[in-house]
Design a protein around this ligand. Structure first.
Ligand code: IPE
Ligand code: IPE
Ligand code: MG
Length: 226
């Protein structure tokens, strides 16, 4: 696609409602949602998207019932174990953003390991936001600047965000019908095009993504100019 966005970010929402609609436990929705992550990542890789950032666990998601949080942590471990060969086969680099120091040592190790093993991949970079909150990220960035006595300016803040290596978000998508940002990439989405879909994340697919991208390609991005 000619005007394919360089960086797509997705708030993958609606797993719990998808499961509830089917009379299943919320965890079944997360399980199904993880499969869609793989499909959408492969599709973006084929389209030539450079960065795909997916919101997987927010700094606020710790407030969920303990069993759901535990399930999500285990699902992440399983996901990374099964995903490593897929990343390698598809030339996909994996990176995490967010404060993963709050995760178990074993999960942190798996995440670092997948980052290391895919670091030479040159195709799509899949970025998972894990214990990610934009306010937390900006606060950490500014603290780093203050403690190293650096000037507080836009460039230095950007360079100290978890996303320092990636370009700003071109297209932000949220599924499930909610029209809010929920503490995701506040800095990086300053000029992104936004698209809100009523589809619940486990039902999201590459055809819908293609439609959203073709809508995106028709938008006039002015960045404050005329
Ligand atoms: C998004 O789906 C996945 C995570 C936040 C981990 P939800 O679990 O928020 O699903 P709903 O919004 O309750 O339907
Ligand atoms: C945002 O979804 C976080 C993720 C998708 C990981 P939430 O379901 O947590 O957000 P709210 O509570 O609807 O704002
Ligand atoms: Mg939700």
């Amino acid at each position: 696609m000619s005007s394919c966005p360089n960086h797509i970010a997705i708030i993958m929402d609606g797993n719990g409602r998808w499961a509830k609609n089917k009379g299943l436990k919320r965890t079944a929705g997360h399980e199904e949602g993880a499969k869609v992550v793989r499909d959408i990542t492969k599709h973006c890789s084929l389209l030539g998207v450079k960065y795909l950032t997916l919101y997987a666990f927010s700094t606020e998601n710790w407030t969920r019932p303990k069993l759901e949080v535990e399930f999500l942590m285990k699902l992440l471990e399983r996901y990374f174990k099964s995903e490593l060969p897929i990343y390698l086969e598809n030339n996909i680099k994996f990176r995490a953003i967010g404060d993963i120091s709050k995760f178990s040592k074993s999960l942190q190790k798996i995440i670092k390991d997948v980052e290391d093993k895919t670091s030479n991949m040159s195709g799509l970079t899949q970025i998972l936001a894990l214990n990610y909150g934009s306010r937390d990220e900006i606060t950490r960035a500014v603290s780093k600047l203050v403690s190293s006595n650096q000037t507080i300016n836009e460039e230095n803040i950007s360079l100290n965000l978890d996303t320092a290596d990636f370009s700003d978000v071109d297209l932000l998508i949220r599924t499930s019908g909610e029209v809010r940002i929920s503490n995701f990439l506040l800095w990086q989405c300053a000029y992104s095009e936004m698209f809100f879909s009523s589809t619940l994340w486990p039902d999201f697919n590459s055809n819908e993504l293609d439609e959203i991208i073709s809508d995106y390609s028709l938008r006039d991005r002015r960045f404050g100019g005329v």
